[in-house]
Unconditional design. Structure first.
Length: 372
């Protein structure tokens, strides 16, 4: 692992740490408060904004999406898919990723390309459905691009502006923002993508136009800011009790022991229940988890993605980096000393997804020539 940075809170106590390098050429070290592309953790911010409008009576969670966005989710699908289904990924709408990352070359080719959210939404709507509306959880970035467009329709503001004013600032975050260009504004690590050996050596993607992620995955933050955000969210600072209950109403995530609410992942560890989200974009991975009361929290970011080798079935082979990450997560979440052995680490790993997100989160599939 090139570099990592983490922030942990337990009540009023806080720890921040960093290891490794932010730039492999210069040897510049990482620091605990580096800016970082947080990928799909953005979805929790977007869902919070939508639920604020639900609380104001401007959005109905169980209303058809076609009622709000008739030109983007049309016909029977528009009548069957509800706002709730967008937020918990049960809409069955396909992901636009395969269309915009059709070849390995398109990863580099899209570095400075500007995607309009309407274009992404239409590409996702045209993609093969992942399931029937309401049938099961099928992760798709298209859902959260549509959620951003819904915010724009209802509020009359760009969704990034609304989220900044009503979620980011309300939570007191000072280092969280939607980037206005392919460049990050503050101190940050370079973000290296290995693509399971497809990029040798790994390529730096810290400069990238994140319009392809938008309200599904474009935010930049720091690990301390992510802890502040989840504490504000779970303590009721950002949502009224009724909307927070809706956010924490979950559906199963197939293939894992985790459950997914409205932009919020629920996991169970050896020391209880945790809420949060993970994120993965080119060269950057994030975990952010919090106890239900916001007392105990962990956020972790690192700057080398898809570093594993692949097995004969093109699945990542766990290695020492994964074991070290598990040990850090176990100690941070449960207060488990690393010297207590593997049993606690394994009990933490079993009920929740592994630190590397499931394939439906990946911009690049395990087959390094496929991109989505």
């Amino acid at each position: 692992m090139y570099g990592a940075y983490s922030a942990v809170r337990d009540g009023s106590e806080e720890w921040q740490g960093a290891a490794g390098v932010a730039d492999i050429d210069t040897g510049r070290p990482t620091t605990p408060q580096m800016e970082h592309r947080i990928g799909s953790v953005t979805k929790t911010f977007t869902a919070t904004a939508v639920l604020q409008e639900v609380g104001k009576g401007h959005i109905d969670l169980d209303a058809p999406v076609g009622h709000y966005l008739p030109d983007l989710v049309t016909g029977e699908r528009g009548r069957a898919i509800t706002v709730r289904m967008l937020l918990n990924h049960t809409s069955g709408i396909g992901d636009y990723g395969r269309a915009i990352f059709a070849t390995a070359d398109s990863i580099e080719g899209n570095r400075f390309h500007e995607f309009a959210p309407e274009e992404l939404a239409r590409l996702g709507a045209a993609a093969p459905p992942l399931g029937r509306p309401g049938e099961a959880h099928h992760y798709s970035n298209t859902n959260y691009i549509l959620a951003g467009l819904l915010l724009r329709k209802v509020t009359g503001q760009p969704p990034e502006t609304y989220i900044t004013e009503h979620v980011i600032r309300k939570a007191g975050l000072r280092h969280t923002y939607f980037p206005r260009s392919p460049y990050l504004a503050g101190p940050h690590a370079k973000m290296y993508e290995a693509a399971y050996g497809g990029f040798t050596p790994p390529r730096d993607f810290s400069v990238y136009n994140m319009s392809w992620g938008g309200t599904a995955g474009a935010l930049v933050s720091t690990m301390p800011d992510l802890n502040r955000f989840h504490r504000a969210l779970l303590s009721g600072k950002l949502l009224a009790p009724a909307e927070l209950r809706q956010m924490k109403t979950t559906v199963p995530v197939p293939g894992t022991h985790a459950r997914y609410g409205l932009g919020l992942l629920q996991t169970t560890s050896a020391c209880g229940e945790f809420w949060g989200h993970d994120g993965l974009v080119l060269g950057a991975m994030t975990w952010s988890l919090s106890s239900p009361d916001g007392r105990r929290q962990l956020s972790l970011g690192f700057n080398l993605a898809r570093y594993q080798k692949l097995d004969a079935n093109n699945q990542p082979i766990p290695n020492g980096i994964d074991a070290a990450m598990e040990a850090h997560l176990a100690q941070a979440i449960c207060g488990t000393k690393a010297s207590t052995g593997r049993n606690t680490e394994r009990s933490l790993a079993r009920p929740r997804p592994q630190p590397q997100p499931q394939p439906h989160n990946w911009p690049i599939s395990p087959r390094t020539t496929d991109v989505y």
